[in-house]
Design a protein around this ligand. Structure first.
Ligand code: COA
Length: 375
């Protein structure tokens, strides 16, 4: 087989159809069920986008009220699962905790054999409601603090801060966080979504698909980049050395986290919106340094390599200015992307084809087995 016939990393390969989102790199655009993501950010809360993801339409006021009441009523997790999180190693990465906690939630399902669309939607709402509680519990336990039970009178964004810190920040902070959830909700056949679809294409269960998605998202080439970006900004720490830092990194042929994208080659459609809200966080908190460094890195990278930042580049410093622990950024990505993953899992199962590509064998030519005593 010629190298041209092999698409390593499935680069450029269309493997299936989807109605959920469309990434349009040629015009730097992204739509969820036809709605431009920027318009969703400015006009909707994350809960509306979650409904959109699963139903294909934005909810009306009555539908939203019923959905929110339902989601809020499901936020508590079982005492046993809470104990699993409490007993998780304190220095474990929160993505590992989350992968385990979601897997455990799957074992608590009272009807694991059911796989119809209504049951899977029910499970998806459950995951949406409970993942922030899991994140909050681990945030607290690993610092030796008490668990803060979720509140049912708060939006998802407000409740996230409540379960982590015991207080809800100013509306500006809540809005910036909510916008990040909308931007992280869905993005076509990215690595974690494709992993989730691949897992359930064998008719495995929804929880297994989500666990696979979490495992894939953890890597620094995917969701883990938002954490890596903030570590990089902290390492640089001073705008005066930012340009030289970037030039050295490029000279040493290092991958700079938060830059580049498999699909977007002229900029990520989500970056201008997230950057705008990161700037609002800088103005609100008075922490100007991080975006000053980021701007220099961005200008230098574009000048030297014509490679643009991706969503993780502005979201990392935005979360930092919100006071969130750096290793919680990828779990927040999970809190948002659970909507896209589960929508894709249900879409895959509604018209399933086992995902099973071929490979080009480059191993040894056929040979005979020599029995153990004669080798
Ligand atoms: N820093 C430096 N160089 C980069 C780069 C980055 N972040 N991203 C891409 N490049 C360069 C590569 O070195 C390569 O150059 P070469 O052709 O001279 O070898 C070229 O651009 C193509 O990169 P490649 O990694 O093959 O493209 P891809 O489509 O497989 O990669 C990513 C996409 C996202 C994996 C890649 O851009 C990356 O690793 N980015 C950093 C991690 C990140 O931010 N991930 C979040 C994605 S939303």
């Amino acid at each position: 087989m010629s190298d041209d016939a092999i698409h390593r990393g499935l680069d450029g390969v269309v493997v299936d159809s989807t109605r959920i989102s469309k990434v349009m790199p040629e015009i730097n655009a992204l739509v969820y069920h036809g709605y431009p993501v920027q318009e969703l950010c400015e006009n909707c809360r994350f809960e509306e986008v979650a409904w959109l993801m699963w139903h294909g339409e934005l909810p009306d006021a009555k539908q939203l009220a019923a959905f929110e009441a339902d989601e809020r009523s499901r936020r508590n997790i079982s005492p046993v699962l809470l104990d699993v999180i409490r007993k998780s190693p304190r220095n474990a990465h929160p993505m590992d905790m989350l992968r385990t906690a979601v897997s455990f939630l799957g074992m608590e399902d009272s009807m694991p054999e059911k796989a119809d669309a209504a049951t899977n939607l029910n499970r998806s709402i459950d995951l949406l409601a409970k993942i922030p509680t899991m994140i909050g519990a681990f945030t607290r336990f690993r610092k030796g603090r008490e668990f803060i039970p979720p509140r049912s009178d708060l939006s998802m964004a407000e409740n996230f801060f409540h379960v982590c810190f015991g207080k809800v920040p100013a509306p500006e902070v809540v809005k910036a966080f909510d916008v990040s959830l909308v931007l992280y909700a869905e993005h076509g056949f990215n690595a974690s979504t494709f992993t989730a679809r691949t897992v359930v294409s064998s008719l495995s269960d929804l929880y297994s698909g989500v666990v696979g998605g979490i495992a894939s998202l953890k890597g620094p080439l995917h969701g883990g980049a938002n954490e890596a970006v903030m570590h990089m900004l902290k390492e640089i720490d001073d705008p005066k050395i930012a340009r030289e830092w970037m030039l050295t990194a490029l000279r040493e042929k290092r991958k700079v986290m938060g830059f580049g994208h498999r699909v977007y080659k002229h900029g990520d459609s989500r970056v201008p919106t997230m950057k705008k809200y990161a700037q609002k966080m800088a103005a609100f908190t008075g922490q100007k340094k991080w975006l000053e460094i980021a701007d220099i890195l961005e200008a230098t990278m574009i000048e030297q390599k014509n490679i643009y930042p991706n969503l993780d580049f502005p979201s990392g410093p935005a979360y930092y200015m919100m006071g969130i622990d750096i290793d919680m950024y990828t779990p927040i990505f999970v809190m948002a992307r659970i909507t896209g993953w589960t929508a894709h899992i249900m879409e895959q199962l509604a018209s399933n084809a086992l995902i099973r590509p071929l490979s080009n064998y480059t191993g040894h030519a056929e040979r005979r087995v020599v029995p153990l005593g004669k080798r």
